[in-house]
Design a protein around this ligand. Structure first.
Ligand code: HAM
Length: 417
């Protein structure tokens, strides 16, 4: 019978990739806790309205990438395409708006995009949100925390790009100027996506990657030239703090991000080595989002990293070597082996017991395959003497010792010398 395959764009993770993911998660928890961030876990499934209201109906994510379906009562539900909307909803639900909230979350997100290297339909984000302050210091601290995390997982030489999107006061003016500029561009000269975006979401035309579109928008108005004094000051202060911290960054006025909730500072971290899907992290400020989802008027700033993209860049850990592989050569000896294995694990040694008994050759093959440092053998003679034979799998030497002395052998690799 043909087996049931996995869904396109959804991956199974085995070692070493699963170990890479676990190491990234450990690093995230360690780094973020130094900045006072706490972990929150929110559901994978939310009402679709959450995403249409937060991300925006005209974004690619909401228009064509969400996994949405109706529940038995006809309400539209969606698998989360990103984490910010759910974290903000949870923040409002839990009434956390007392002081500054620092929350991070890790887990799978779902977007129905065309899969390619670094782009999956189920992918994983490491996501951080700082709610309750509009200080530019918070924007910079998020960037510093992101860079500290990237350093912790061994990445350097990545490019940080920043921009400011203005606010509800000044962005409409820029949007109008851009629309006006786009009316002068022949719709036949830009890509079909941009022809549509010019009508519905003109800012997105700026970050189109199609070379022809970039040439045609080279002379487009620049967002930071048209901002209100408050947004200009906010961005100037954020840049000054970055400079004072000697953080390298590039100003990129095309960095408008693909989700509608952003205002003021936006940023992305790019790798030059992983091909088309080069953004390994992205984020920015979203001061109107909490209010637009029915919460208090609380500002926020955050970012998310794509774990699949980071995994393409980090070094794979060498496989972890188990301490022991233990065998019993008959049913009674196997029971003793089983008990000894349990005892060894209480002392944090790592290893497995063979569930088969017969044939020394086959047992040794299993021990070899396990990659363990030590093979422990209990046969009828060892059983009678409460002993165990310890074989050093690296050099092949073996000795028989009382079971009571096992730790002195395994914890100090004495018989190797
Ligand atoms: P985003 O730029 O849509 O932002 O996604 C953040 C990161 O997720 C991207 O830079 C990329 O590394 C990764 N990513 C996105 N889509 C895929 C995919 N299909 N396959 C693999 N990786 C992907 C957000 O999601 C915002 N919620 C970030 C944020 C948090 N802004 C404020 N707070």
């Amino acid at each position: 019978m043909p087996h049931v395959t996995r869904v396109k764009g959804f991956a199974d993770l085995f070692p070493p990739d699963s170990a890479v993911f676990a190491a990234m998660e450990d690093a995230a928890r360690a780094v973020f806790s130094r900045f006072g961030f706490e972990e929150v876990r929110t559901p994978l499934l939310e009402f679709t309205e959450l995403f249409t209201r937060s991300i925006g109906v005209e974004t690619d994510v909401v228009r064509k990438e969400m996994y949405s379906f109706a529940d038995s009562r006809g309400r539209s539900l969606s698998l989360r395409p990103e984490a910010t909307s759910g974290v903000v909803r949870a923040y409002i639900d839990a009434g956390l708006n007392d002081g500054v909230g620092r929350l991070f979350t890790l887990g799978p997100m779902f977007r129905h995009e065309r899969p390619q290297l670094g782009r999956m339909r189920q992918f994983h984000q490491i996501n951080c949100e700082c709610l309750g302050t509009d200080s530019p210091m918070a924007d910079v601290e998020m960037i510093l925390m992101l860079l500290a995390f990237l350093r912790e997982i061994g990445l350097s030489g990545l490019k940080l790009k920043i921009n400011s999107m203005g606010c509800a006061e000044c962005r409409p003016q820029f949007r109008n100027a851009l629309s006006e500029f786009l009316t002068k561009v022949d719709a036949g000269d830009i890509c079909p996506d941009c022809a549509r975006r010019a009508e519905t979401n003109p800012l997105r035309v700026l970050d189109c990657k199609v070379p022809g579109c970039r040439v045609l928008t080279a002379e487009a108005p620049v967002i930071t030239d048209m901002q209100c004094p408050a947004c200009k000051d906010h961005f100037a202060e954020a840049r000054a703090i970055l400079e004072a911290r000697s953080v390298d960054f590039e100003l990129d006025h095309r960095l408008v991000r693909g989700l509608d909730y952003y205002c003021r500072t936006t940023f992305e971290v790019e790798s030059v080595t992983i091909g088309a899907q080069s953004a390994v992290a992205g984020g920015g400020r979203y001061d109107g989002l909490v209010k637009s989802l029915g919460g208090p008027d609380v500002p926020g700033v955050g970012f998310a990293c794509g774990m699949e993209r980071l995994a393409l860049l980090v070094q794979k850990p060498s496989p972890s070597v188990p301490d022991f592989f233990i065998v019993g050569t008959d049913v009674e000896a196997q029971k003793a082996a089983f008990n000894l294995a349990q005892y060894l694990r209480t002392a944090t040694l790592r290893g497995v017991v063979s569930f088969s008994t017969g044939g020394m050759k086959s047992l040794m093959r299993q021990a070899d395959k396990s990659g363990a440092k030590w093979c422990l053998i209990i046969g009828p003679e060892e059983l009678a003497a409460s002993a165990v034979t310890v074989k050093d799998m690296l050099v092949g030497r073996q000795i028989t010792v009382p079971q009571n002395d096992i730790f002195s052998i395994l914890l100090q690799p004495g018989i190797r010398q």
